[in-house]
Design a protein around this ligand. Structure first.
Ligand SMILES: Cc1cc2nc3c(=O)[nH]c(=O)nc-3n(C[C@H](O)[C@H](O)[C@H](O)COP(=O)(O)OP(=O)(O)OC[C@H]3O[C@@H](n4cnc5c(N)ncnc54)[C@H](O)[C@@H]3O)c2cc1C
Length: 392
């Protein structure tokens, strides 16, 4: 019996598992690939946006914690490029921290093992058993057959919201009517890297992708490989592609609170706001430019604890791109540093609930914020300077 099981070892699940295990929780991390990191490592998008709000006059850093610690560890070894977060760049992407995905997965392994988390790589979540509004156990696929695992609290960090779907929790998928943001098959150019951080193939290979239906996923995979092949025939030198089309959007699990884009763009800080997030509303579309809505410069949006707790299943939490928001907000909170901050918050909240033997909805938000602050995360109204963050 585990205290906490985290499903999905993307950036959100990585931070959730490290946070929970560091607090002494017996923690399991389930991941369908043999490598942690999700879209950051396996699926080939190696940019982590955005740790800062560049429009603040001072103390521009709005996200730190385990995600920033991970970046600094990579940076010390030469495997992360951290831009000047105080500079005024023309475009948000220039604030992205670029990492080497091989080194990133290795440092994730290290930090997870140091935290004491138990790792279940190459093992897919296959089902969940729910009784009286509570998950009793989950089934994972292993080389020895199906295995049942149990925990007091489960955190869905699958990005697609698979655990929520298996457990019967309510959700909205995409626009609710079969339309999703397109996915992208990332490719690896056949060139020698000039430094330790490779640049990947760009985002032009958009393909329709519905991650809630395996048959449609199969179609999208075949179509995207055909697109890449046709680029190769036109002369593109491509050495390899990611093992899967990277999804921008899946299920949004219904939480105690559903964050909305009006509050998001205003940067409203709520009593239960437990971390900042920084990106604009950015819905990619099939054959037209992205739908974009910028946030008010001086404000920084936040993530609410209520959006990390399922409204239907009392021991189910979520972090990363499957939390409870409207569609516009989802397109903003999905960037990686935000997913990292909410992963750490979810893992910490779950640990506090287990320690006090209470439901996660009943934990003290003040205690959660104090714990996050003490552990090095940034909580609302405690922004930090870039200089201080680089000294950590
Ligand atoms: C093409 C593309 C470009 C992007 N560009 C940027 C960018 O430049 N900067 C930026 O910050 N963000 C970018 N994003 C967004 C960002 O990368 C993702 O939203 C973010 O990484 C999501 O993190 P996550 O941990 O929630 O999910 P994921 O990274 O998707 O991790 C989920 C993990 O769960 C695992 N999993 C899923 N289902 C199961 C299951 N049933 N059983 C076990 N494991 C399972 C997956 O294998 C994966 O490891 C981009 C996204 C895409 C698709």
């Amino acid at each position: 019996m585990f205290d906490i099981i985290v499903c999905g070892a993307g950036v959100a699940g990585f931070c959730a598992a490290v946070a929970a295990a560091r607090m002494g929780m017996k923690t399991a991390l389930i991941e369908k690939y043999n490598t942690p990191g999700g879209i950051l490592t396996v699926l080939g998008n190696n940019s982590i946006d955005q740790f800062n709000n560049p429009f603040r006059k001072e103390n521009k850093m709005v996200i730190a914690g385990i995600g920033w610690e991970f970046v600094l560890r990579l940076h010390k070894e030469g495997y992360a490029r951290i831009p000047d977060m105080n500079a005024v760049w023309e475009n948000h992407e220039q604030y992205g921290v670029k990492v080497n995905p091989v080194a990133a997965a290795k440092i994730m392994d290290d930090m997870l093992l140091e935290s004491g988390a138990e790792l279940y790589y190459g093992q897919s979540l296959a089902d969940a058993e729910t009784e009286n509004g509570e998950i009793k156990s989950i089934l994972v696929t292993t080389k020895q057959g199906l295995k049942k695992l149990k925990a007091k609290i489960y955190i869905d960090c699958t990005g697609d919201g698979d655990l929520a779907a298996f457990s019967g929790a309510s959700f909205t998928a995409g626009n609710g009517n079969g339309t999703f943001q397109p996915g992208t098959l990332r490719y690896y150019p056949a060139v020698n890297a000039e430094d330790k951080i490779l640049n990947y193939g760009d985002n032009k290979n958009h393909v329709k992708l519905n991650v809630t239906d395996s048959n449609l996923i199969t179609k999208a995979e075949i179509e995207s490989r055909r697109m890449i092949f046709s680029e190769m025939q036109k002369g593109a030198k491509i050495m390899a592609v990611a093992p899967q089309v990277a999804p921008r959007e899946g299920r949004r699990i219904k939480g105690l609170t559903e964050m909305n884009s009006a509050d998001y763009c205003k940067g409203t800080v709520f009593e239960d706001s437990i971390c900042y997030t920084y990106w604009f509303v950015d819905i990619h579309r099939d054959n037209e430019p992205s739908y974009i809505k910028y946030i008010k410069h001086e404000n920084t949006p936040t993530v609410r604890l209520g959006s990390l707790i399922s409204k239907d299943i009392k021991n189910l939490m979520m972090a990363g791109r499957c939390i409870s928001t409207d569609r516009e907000t989802n397109s903003a909170i999905r960037v990686k540093s935000s997913c990292m901050a909410m992963g750490e918050a979810a893992g910490t909240a779950a640990a506090l609930a287990v320690k006090d033997n209470i439901e996660v909805k009943d934990i003290s938000v003040e205690k959660l914020k104090d714990t996050l602050d003490k552990n090095g995360a940034i909580i609302p109204h405690k922004e930090r300077s870039f200089e201080e963050m680089m000294r950590r």
